[in-house]
Design a protein. Structure first.
Length: 161
């Protein structure tokens, strides 16, 4: 089997078969050295431009085993209907949809919630981070004591980490 070589431009990438894209991605590029990352960014940009979801940001992640992932941040309401992680591929790259952290954090701050560990209120000071699961639940990472807490979709505490 002759090893495929990296394409020179995105049009060449799109013209490759799925098997050739996989061969280049996993056996030609060293993603830890960021080889071929421009192709992943082009794929993420195309996906964001034609997405049915409200896209807030995109980035390229590196998954175990040296694989680029298209990480697309979308509106928290859209995360409930978006495909699960790795269910979708775009131009040869697997896709991970995540709720935009700053919008999830705003939802938590709006409720004037306090951290169960340190009892300080979650504040809109740019320091806190939050996430949202496919079940509509939330995780809040306290900027004061650095604890993490899971909440159900109604914001009831379900677990402290």
């Amino acid at each position: 089997m002759v090893m495929a070589e990296s394409p020179k431009n995105y049009e060449q990438w799109l013209a490759l078969s799925d098997a050739d894209k996989k061969e280049i991605h996993f056996n030609v590029w060293n993603v830890y050295k960021r080889e071929g990352i421009g192709f992943a960014y082009a794929a993420a940009g195309r996906l964001a431009a034609q997405s049915p979801y409200r896209v807030f940001d995109l980035k390229i992640g590196t998954y175990h085993g040296g694989e680029y992932l298209l990480e697309i941040e979308i509106h928290p309401d859209d995360i409930l209907i978006a495909p699960d992680w790795f269910e979708e591929k775009s131009d040869g790259f697997r896709v991970v949809y995540q709720a935009a952290s700053h919008l999830v954090w705003e939802r938590i701050v709006e409720r004037a919630m306090k951290c169960p560990s340190c009892q300080k209120p979650y504040q809109d000071d740019g320091e806190g981070t939050a996430g949202m699961g496919k079940d509509g639940g939330y995780v809040a990472n306290c900027p004061n004591c650095h604890s993490a807490h899971w909440y159900d979709p109604e914001f009831n505490l379900t677990e402290s980490l």
